[in-house]
Design a protein around this ligand. Structure first.
Ligand code: SF4
Length: 373
């Protein structure tokens, strides 16, 4: 099982970001107390399952002071057996990364660092309201490697305003010389309640076309493969099989518990998500109340999720396993695959059904055709 902790504070909102966070630290102290309380109240959510991965995401976990972070990790350690954890990840923004913090994170057992860089071009970073520069980004990776982090990953986004094919090539040249072994490359999507959504509605922002994005995606994928990365999930690349264990556990539908506003939890049969409102989250916990919504998964939901999560990865669907787990629904899959096999979006090899790179670009179409409704 995995544990996810959401730290919902950011210096300012990036224009593309749809994750739940607030651009103020006014409630930080109250939040950390409420989070500790939620951890205690939920400690039996996943019975006696062994914790395999711990992930601090956000928001901006790297913005926490060492005392605040230590406080949260200590509470987790008091309530869960973390001695078998195989991966402890902390997400960090370049401007927060100092040699002292890196040392402190390692002392707390974090062995994987995921740095939100998005682009190595200062003009592009300004246009999306990031609070770091390309120089900060380069320095942060260098310091992380110096401090002993061997598992360093970064995030980049394709399709940002003003981000051209030339920028992309320059960024990939930089990636090639960085001591990183994991890279997440996202295509810009216009999420609800973001500045980009508002600008688009006012006609002041025109996203790149699907064809332009597809061209960049396929180019990046080829380039990264040529320098030793494996494209193991729609948006994720790794060297030396250093896949993100935490995220892979989501795609393999393992159990997880999430703490903090908007965090999700999954126990194989139901999914629940905490209220995406910091003040309500804190107020409810002050009254010993958890505030979440819950959905019980039907057999159809489980099958559809199985299709969607497995086809996201290079391992794809193991047909025999699918037939055992979903004897009725699995019969519907093969007949629906014909057009995708024909146009090269899907391949069936060695008992597995997989999407190709081209297939990942149209994955939503494949998923919706294979879903049982
Ligand atoms: S991208 Fe990260 S830093 Fe920017 S607003 Fe979203 S959570 Fe905060």
């Amino acid at each position: 099982m995995g544990i996810y902790v959401h730290i919902p504070f950011c210096r300012s909102k990036c224009y593309y970001c749809g994750f739940y966070s607030v651009a103020s630290t006014q409630l930080k102290k109250a939040y950390i107390a409420a989070l500790g309380h939620e951890i205690q109240l939920r400690k039996d959510y996943l019975d006696t399952s062994e914790v395999k991965t711990l992930y601090f995401g956000g928001g901006t976990p790297s913005w926490l002071s060492m005392d605040e972070l230590t406080d949260i990790v200590t509470t987790l350690e008091m309530n869960f057996a973390l001695n078998c954890v195989a991966e402890r990840t902390i997400e960090a923004n370049p401007e927060d990364i100092t040699r002292d913090k890196l040392k402190g994170w390692r002392a707390l057992g974090f062995d994987r660092l995921s740095i939100g860089i998005q682009s190595f071009n200062d003009e592009v970073l300004k246009r999306i309201n990031r609070t770091h520069t390309a120089q900060d980004a380069l320095r942060s990776v260098e310091w992380a490697a110096d401090s002993g982090f061997e598992n360093i990953g970064i995030d980049l986004i394709l399709g940002l305003p003003g981000y051209t094919r030339l920028h992309l090539q320059q960024d990939m040249e930089i990636v090639n010389h960085l001591p990183i072994i994991h890279l997440s490359v996202y295509l810009l999507s216009i999420d609800s309640n973001t500045v980009f959504e508002k600008l688009m509605q006012k006609g002041r922002f025109q996203p790149q076309t699907d064809d332009e994005l597809a061209d960049q995606y396929l180019w990046v994928s080829d380039y990264l493969k040529s320098i030793g990365f494996e494209h193991y999930e729609i948006s994720n690349f790794a060297k030396n099989s250093k896949y993100s264990l935490h995220n892979t556990s989501y795609w393999q539908q393992q159990k997880y518990v999430g703490f903090g506003p908007a965090a999700h939890s999954f126990d194989l049969n139901s999914r629940q998500w905490n209220v995406a409102h910091l003040k309500s989250y804190i107020d409810n916990l002050a009254n010993d109340r958890l505030s979440f919504e819950k959905e019980i998964l039907t057999d159809k939901d489980k099958f559809n999720e199985y299709i969607m999560t497995n086809l996201r990865t290079m391992w794809g669907i193991q047909e025999e396993k699918m037939q055992l787990q979903f004897p009725d629904f699995s019969k519907t899959v093969r007949p629906k695959l014909a057009p995708f096999l024909e146009n090269g979006s899907v391949v069936c090899q060695n008992g597995r059904i997989r999407l190709t790179e081209k297939g990942w670009l149209v994955s939503d179409d494949v998923f919706s055709d294979l879903f049982v409704v």
